[in-house]
Design a protein around this ligand. Structure first.
Ligand code: ZN
Ligand code: ZN
Length: 128
């Protein structure tokens, strides 16, 4: 992958963020550099394809992008994220280990720990 100024800026912005960012948030953040939303999107896809960042899905139909180094732990399990159902903000949570008991209907892989944990609720600023 060629390191163009736009790619470096997009990658830096994702790496410096404390939570996964949407394409819109990145576009706003990089506003003023002369790149339009389509350019930023193309670069996001290229960096994701190069495996430097990961696309995260929080069940709100908006893709977000996060630094791969932060996203993958030693065991390859992602840390959980909290989605506020009120304002739509997403935050990273410390890694927690969640174990599911073997139960009927639970896929074997999930019983072995291969699943994502997604928390949905109301964030502190919205619950005040
Ligand atoms: Zn909120
Ligand atoms: Zn995260």
């Amino acid at each position: 992958m060629r390191a163009t100024p736009a790619r470096i800026a997009v990658l830096d912005a994702v790496r410096q963020a404390s939570a996964p960012l949407t394409h819109g948030e990145l576009t706003r953040q990089l506003d003023g550099n002369g790149w339009d939303a389509a350019t930023i999107y193309r670069n996001l896809v290229a960096i994701t394809d190069a495996n430097l960042i990961v696309r995260t899905d929080h069940g709100d139909r908006r893709w977000r992008f996060e630094d791969r180094a932060r996203s993958a732990s030693k065991t390859e399990h992602q840390h959980p994220h909290f989605l506020c159902t009120d304002c739509g903000s997403v935050s990273c949570l410390p890694e927690v280990e969640v174990r599911l008991p073997r139960a009927q209907g639970l896929p074997r892989s999930a019983a072995e720990g291969a699943f994502d944990v997604q928390l949905r609720g109301v964030c502190d600023s919205c619950s005040d």
